[in-house]
Design a binder for this molecule. Structure first.
Ligand SMILES: [Zn+2]
Length: 262
């Protein structure tokens, strides 16, 4: 007995042609990966020893601030100064401290401790501010405006102890007017002093009030005088009108008498 076997005809589907959007996405993801690989390569080349300034300037165009920070930290962990162009080795002398006080100013030394000196720290901060934040995969495009990083002259830098911390709650930023008279601030005041001060305040405020009352009284008087003068002028006009009326009557009477006499 033979069974009929069905033969499946396998039709191979052809892969659909990628759309333009997919092609663009693929190209973008490839360029992103290439840009990250390049940044990773430059990162590795900067953590092994001192970097020549020209080489650093050329490579720094293709890293971002995050990569630069990683370079600083990795160098410090290996005992190298965090500033890529420095050839010094160093040991962390700050111990477990996070802050130091120099000249009555509090500094955060979290980042400063990655460098051999204050000068290298300041130089690194100046370089860090110039590192581009533009996405890495856009660094090769024609539109990208990429400028060379200006490396600072270490001989001209004074150095920085760390990041300045403001512990005054913003009071340190308030500008003090030198012409303003200093207000009296005493921690303790005796009863006599309080009474004297309140009397002085009261007499000052009372004098001001009196002056104000006088001025207001004066202005009231002026208004009243004006009103009375207005009334008088009104009365005058009334009297004049009455006199004129009387004169008219008299004139009429005299003319009547003259006619009668005739
Ligand atoms: Zn250094």
């Amino acid at each position: 007995m033979s069974r009929g076997c069905r033969t499946k005809t396998r039709v191979r589907r052809e892969d659909p042609k990628p759309s333009r959007r997919q092609e663009t996405l693929k190209a973008t993801s490839e360029s992103v990966q290439a840009a990250h690989r390049r940044a990773q390569e430059y990162f590795l080349s900067m953590i092994e020893g001192p970097v020549e300034p020209q080489v650093f300037v050329a490579k720094a165009k293709y890293i971002n601030p995050q990569v630069y920070n990683d370079v600083v930290v990795e160098r410090a962990v290996a005992g190298l100064c965090g500033y890529p162009m420095c050839s010094n080795t160093f040991t962390d002398t700050y111990g477990s401290r996070s802050y130091v006080i120099r000249n009555n100013i509090l500094y955060d030394i979290t980042e400063r401790r990655n460098f051999c000196s204050n000068v290298c720290y300041e130089a690194s901060e100046l370089v860090y501010e110039q590192v581009l934040t533009l996405p890495l995969y856009l660094r090769d495009t024609e539109d990208a405006d990429i400028k060379d990083i200006c490396l600072p002259n270490l001989a001209k830098l004074k150095g920085c102890h760390g990041k300045v911390m403001d512990i005054t709650g913003g009071i340190g930023n308030i500008k003090i007017d030198k012409d303003e008279k200093p207000k009296r601030r005493t921690a303790f005041m005796s009863v006599d002093e309080i009474a004297r001060e309140s009397l002085v305040n009261w007499s000052e405020s009372d004098a001001e009030k009196n002056a104000h009352d006088k001025n207001s009284h004066k202005s009231d008087c002026d208004v009243k005088e004006k009103e009375t003068s207005k009334c008088e002028s009104k009365e005058n006009t009334k009297e004049e009108a009455a006199a004129n009326q009387l004169a008219d009557v008299l004139n009429e009477e005299s003319s009547f008498h003259q006619l009668h006499d005739k």
